[in-house]
Design a protein around this ligand. Sequence first.
Ligand code: G4P
Length: 544
Amino acid sequence: MSVQPAATRPEGLDQPPSRLAAEVARRRTFAIISHPDAGKTTLTEKLLLYGGAIHLAGTVKARRQTRHATSDWMELERERGISVTSSVMQFDYEGIRLNLLDTPGHQDFSEDTYRTLMAADSAIMLLDNRKGVEERTRQLFDVCRLRRVPIVTFVNKCDRPGTDPLTLISEVERDLGLHCHAMTWPIFASSGLIGVYDRRTERVMLFDRTSDHGASRATSTDMALDDPAFANLVGSATFDQLLDDIALLDEASHPFDLTAVQAGELTPVYFGSALTNFAVEPFLHDFLRFAPAPGIRTSSAGPIPPDRPDFSGFVFKIQANMDPKHRDRIAFVRICSGKFEAGLDVTNTRTGKRIRLAAPQQFLARERTQTDEAWSGDVVGVLDRGTLRIGDTLAEDPAIKFEGIPRFAPEHFARVVPADPLRRKQLDSGLRDLSEEGAAQVFYVDGMSGSAPILGAIGRLQFDVMVHRLEREYNAPCRLEPMVYGHPRWMTGPRDAIEQAGNGRGRLLVYDAKGAPVILFENSSSLWAAQQHEKGLTFHEVAP
Ligand code: G4P
């Protein structure tokens, strides 16, 4: 789903901007892409702190821990030290409404993260100053590049020694093929990071270390680079080093170009430390300048501008039993046009069915509240009674269908063995709910949901989550028997030829949740052999 910059109207030809246009213009919907441990949770907290959504950093983590005590499957997150869920946080900063889409931290949940990135208009790339671009960041970056999502980079943990900043920047350029422009530059003294230089304003910002370890906002002193007081304060060694660095940057680095930033070709780079709050606020301030407001989305009915008055949006995530007390399903909808308020009548354009939407749900961390209205660009939760699927378009105009969200082929398969055969009904209902949510994919050997179910997952941790949730949420304990098969291929062609092809050695014919035939192969050679032999059939890597 490609995103184009928001449409601009010819000046003077139009009435004053409508409330909708004004709301769209002040929205920024973004995600943070990083490798686990780079400091995403810490930075998220600091953004919430500066946005006034929390008053003391430490609350998100603390709240996460309190919630763990009451919510069972978050217990699994705590046991494993991973973040499985993703949510959205909404807060205001300098009159801008930010929607921060949080993504699961572990690579086994990458499909969930990919879907979430489809709902974002920009991204913060967070790097550890010792590690630069790590594997997971690279994968997420690839998704952003595909959609030409603008990226602003924050090099974190600069409060402790790391890779030389110039080396780090050239590594990013080489590893990702992404041009960098350093917007700020770290100033190091013998005691470590003391401030940053802003290349645009030619001013320096020197930070005061707070005694509360970054729980509250950082205070700073701001002065011109050529203010003699600055050179006196930092000493000649630090001052000369900074001047050398600046000269080198001016000479050798890519010039700043806003169009290239908004096309995802150049990333502005900032240095700082989320833990101590150093340089977080100036970063946030600038990020809002570079992150685009919601843009035009492509659909089957043509381009949909965000300020089009009728409502449209798409479901990018479904989460069952978010609140164990209520046993409900929430579909996360990215609004692409119009306004959402309670009682809105929309069509699910996949099924053609009309749905009346209840009050939209909004989120802060994992708390959710009802809200009266939401606008294009926002992400809201919609209570789902089991009729919505990931990728569905909800729109007032039934002709609108946004491009689908790509699915990924599972790499691991396991047979589900119920611990108690009498609880088969609960097991089937859990499998249905959780697969619709996208937690894993379900297959059946004989195409009937009564037969032994098989789970397919991209990462093995998804299996653990499934077993845990089937037991806790559906009271359907089971164990999984890993299978030797991988390399699934969705098959199209004459039915009897598919059945015959599925009988060969090293192959297993199964059916996905929609009844489509899929052959699982033991290894790449058995797949290759089948492709050579079965000329009348088409092999698809994902469901066609
Ligand atoms: P994640 O969500 O990306 O996985 O990272 P998280 O924020 O949990 O941070 C990972 C570790 O890095 C944490 O340390 C955190 O305190 C530390 N960290 C984050 N930002 C900075 C920074 O700017 N400077 C330094 N020096 N460290 C930083 P931990 O010991 O694993 O956890 P904790 O006990 O501090 O919670």
